[in-house]
Write a protein that binds this ligand. Structure first.
Ligand code: SF4
Ligand code: SF4
Length: 390
């Protein structure tokens, strides 16, 4: 094991623009196995103070848009990310908000199914589009439903044909059917789409499904070794092509390793990233919609520049990896859907990522010294919806 290269944990900070997720609708036109599909599995996270859910939260955006604009106007540089459910089911609201909100930069997280029919003027206003796609066709369709891969590819080709110039991030969800190396290299090498960047997230410690899963064996025998090979491949690409592939789990973490800089929670939830729920309530993270004990305010009464900052606690507090990891996931650290032994298998993947990256730092520094790449090539937008630590 390579010990973490950071001296201390970081306190939450606000060095970047605040990113707001705006939840337009709870409805979705897919039922992915790792998302809505889990609603049909047995087992629930037991109710308790942390899961005292607000069952009255509207399924569609139901707030005074004037209040939303007044709230956003108090932030000098808000970034607004449309989120759902599937936000492209509500292009009427997107158009309305883009016409009137005091916001320069818009982003969207979409499943991509409707990208081929959204009006070009809306699509071209986005600075970043995050599109869910899990890897090759068979894998994507297995997780997300037959025909999904081809439908998303149609939408991505349309984006290309419209001349979209912003960042297009593939958001991959990764579980036991995934060969991480194959999945990442498929999307990284596929010329038929306009992805500029890749991000992946493990389906782990998210719902109470550990007993039905084969996660520990898969993580040890497939995922962690695959990450080691991918890290090597990433560094080879730097040497061969001069440039840093924008694979977020490596990019954000390595930039900090190079600067010997500890990180707060890398997704930004609760310190640089907040969610505006359908009734105007504010939560630290979009997945915490309805967890009213953890709301941080409301657009009608809160100052966006003074929202509470929520630190990650629990077992992360004393963890030697905290400066690298940042705590991985605020939602998971509060609800702890998996038992302690299972959570340790997730943390082993963080250790694996850290060790793989720490192991290639001398080679990366060598590429920088030789002028093949620059430290600035690791620069990227922070807290843009990529969770960073899978
Ligand atoms: S999620 Fe795990 S690895 Fe990360 S800081 Fe918390 S305990 Fe450590
Ligand atoms: S990593 Fe966890 S806290 Fe962060 S956005 Fe995702 S679910 Fe929320």
């Amino acid at each position: 094991m390579i010990h973490t290269l950071f001296p201390t944990a970081a306190a939450p900070y606000r060095g970047s623009p605040v990113h707001y997720h705006l939840l337009l609708t709870d409805h979705c036109n897919l039922c992915c196995t790792y998302c809505r599909g889990k609603a049909f599995l047995p087992g629930e996270i037991p109710a308790g103070p942390d899961l005292d859910l607000d069952w009255n939260l509207p399924a569609e955006l139901d707030l005074d848009l004037g209040r939303l604009y007044a709230f956003l106007a108090r932030d000098p540089s808000p970034v607004l990310t449309f989120y759902g459910g599937e936000p492209l089911l509500r292009t009427d609201l997107i158009r309305e908000i883009m016409a009137h909100a005091p916001v320069e930069r818009y982003m969207i997280q979409t499943n991509g199914l409707l990208l081929d029919r959204v009006d070009p003027d809306i699509l071209l206003r986005f600075s970043t589009i995050l599109v869910s796609l899990d890897g090759p066709r068979d894998l994507t369709d297995r997780y997300r439903g037959s025909g999904t891969y081809d439908a998303v590819m149609r939408g991505l080709r349309r984006l290309q044909s419209l001349g979209f110039r912003g960042e297009v991030i593939a958001r991959m969800t990764v579980a036991e059917a995934t060969d991480i190396e194959e999945a990442v290299l498929h999307l990284a090498g596929c010329l038929a789409h306009p992805f500029t960047s890749l991000h992946w997230q493990l389906d782990a410690n998210f719902s109470e499904d550990y007993r039905e899963r084969d996660f520990a064996r898969w993580a040890e025998t497939s995922y962690i070794p695959g990450i080691r090979r991918l890290v090597s491949r990433w560094v080879e690409e730097m040497g061969e092509h001069g440039g840093v592939p924008r694979w977020y789990p490596f990019l954000d973490t390595t930039e900090d390793l190079l600067h010997k800089r500890p990180s707060p929670l890398r997704c930004g939830s609760g310190h640089a990233n907040y969610s505006i729920l359908t009734d105007g309530s504010l939560s630290p993270c979009p997945i915490m919609a309805g967890m009213k004990a953890h709301y941080v305010g409301h657009i009608a009464t809160s100052d966006p520049m003074r929202l509470p900052q929520i630190p990650v606690g629990g077992e992360c507090t004393g963890c030697h990896l905290l400066p690298f990891c940042g705590g991985r996931c605020l939602y998971a650290s509060i609800l702890r859907p998996w038992p302690a032994e299972a959570r340790r298998t997730v943390c082993a993947t963080v250790q694996g990522l850290h060790d793989a990256l720490a192991g290639v730092l001398p080679a990366i520094r060598g590429h920088i010294a030789a002028g093949r790449i620059r430290v600035e090539d690791f620069a990227h937008e922070k807290y843009n919806g990529c969770e960073i630590i899978p």
